[in-house]
Design a protein around this ligand. Structure first.
Ligand code: CA
Length: 336
């Protein structure tokens, strides 16, 4: 049984604004609460959409977009039930970190969660047992964070259920980004979207840029795409924007598509996200300040495709992911 208390009744009609209170202790707060803002706009029959960002604290465009919706949306704009969580991980957002400074956890590796665990594990359990079961659609807005610079994409797992998959492909296209991305979980288990997919939800996720600086164009693409997805899902009144052309679908499902730094050093990006690459092409070089005479170590593309994401900070440690190569795919006509 979850110890998390919602200050608003999520089943009540109307517009309600409050927070989830997660009990925890620290040295100057024996009976402290971590407060996670949550809003519930419930207006008659219709779908239930759970909209979240800040799963990783240092990923800001989704948090900004949901904060704007929090203030802009009126109950009359909603059909059905829209639940807003602008930031799942406020301590990490405030610290500009990926992991929670409270418990050191990567929230996106905490699922299905633990009701008796750390604050991150408790919140994951609350999503798994309370919020996901209420929802038809689960939206989790990401970016590459401080470590990766992503070409702005909406992305998804290729779920085995074909009806669920078709709904997710259509919703991913409705984000209106030029490129859509099929990805693999190369960095562990316990992801939020995997649990929501397991529960049969239509799951919509993004990688909207990354790095410390978020360009205005990325914020605009995020806000426009998000609003259109909500209209597409039928939870928001408004005119659906139709795409001028279908998304270019790419995938990185092979472990070799994810390129890792062979040594620590100073990283030079040789290709920007969105640019084409061929097999063997140098996508980055690692230079060694302590050994100016040493040749740079090269990171090469494993095959033909495009760079979908590259390293954001210049200093790299051995084993950091510095490049992700994506390959064209037609998700509507996959071999069995
Ligand atoms: Ca992320």
């Amino acid at each position: 049984m979850s110890l998390i208390h919602s200050t608003i009744d999520l089943s009540a009609p109307g517009a309600h604004y409050g927070h989830l209170a997660i009990p925890y202790s620290y040295n100057l707060g024996g009976w402290a609460n971590l407060q996670v803002p949550i809003a519930s706009l419930r207006n008659g029959p219709g779908p239930t959409v759970l909209l979240m960002a800040g799963n990783h604290g240092d990923e800001y465009p989704g948090q900004v977009a949901i904060l704007k919706l929090w203030r802009e949306l009126r109950l009359a704009d909603v059909i059905g039930h829209l639940i807003l969580v602008p930031c799942l991980n406020p301590p990490a957002s405030q610290a500009a970190t990926r992991l929670s400074p409270l418990d050191g956890k990567n929230f996106n590796r905490c699922f299905p969660g633990n009701a008796a665990g750390t604050p991150s594990e408790m919140l994951a359990d609350y999503l798994t047992t309370v919020l996901f079961p209420m929802a038809d659609v689960v939206i989790d807005l990401h970016t590459g964070g401080r470590s990766l610079s992503f070409l702005p994409t909406a992305h998804m797992h290729l779920v085995p259920d074909l009806k669920q998959r078709a709904a997710m492909l259509a919703a991913t296209e409705a984000f209106l980004l030029d490129v859509a991305f099929l990805y693999a979980d190369v960095a562990g288990t316990g992801l939020l979207p995997v649990e929501a997919e397991r529960q049969g939800k239509i799951v919509i996720t993004t990688e909207l840029g990354g790095g410390e600086v978020v360009p205005a164009s990325v914020h605009r693409q995020c806000q426009r795409g998000l609003r259109n997805v909500l209209v597409h899902c039928g939870v928001l009144h408004g005119e659906l924007i139709r795409r001028e052309r279908p998304a270019r679908w790419v995938q990185s499902l092979d472990r070799e598509d994810y390129r890792f730094a062979p040594e620590s050093g100073m990283y030079e990006s040789c290709v920007d996200p969105g640019e084409p690459v061929v097999k063997g092409q140098v996508v980055g070089r690692i230079h060694f300040l302590e050994r100016p005479d040493r040749a740079a170590a090269e990171v090469v593309a494993n095959g033909e495709g495009m760079l979908i994401a590259g390293r954001a900070p210049s200093m790299v440690k051995q084993g950091d992911c510095v490049a992700c190569i994506a390959h064209d795919v037609d998700p509507y006509n996959l071999p069995e």
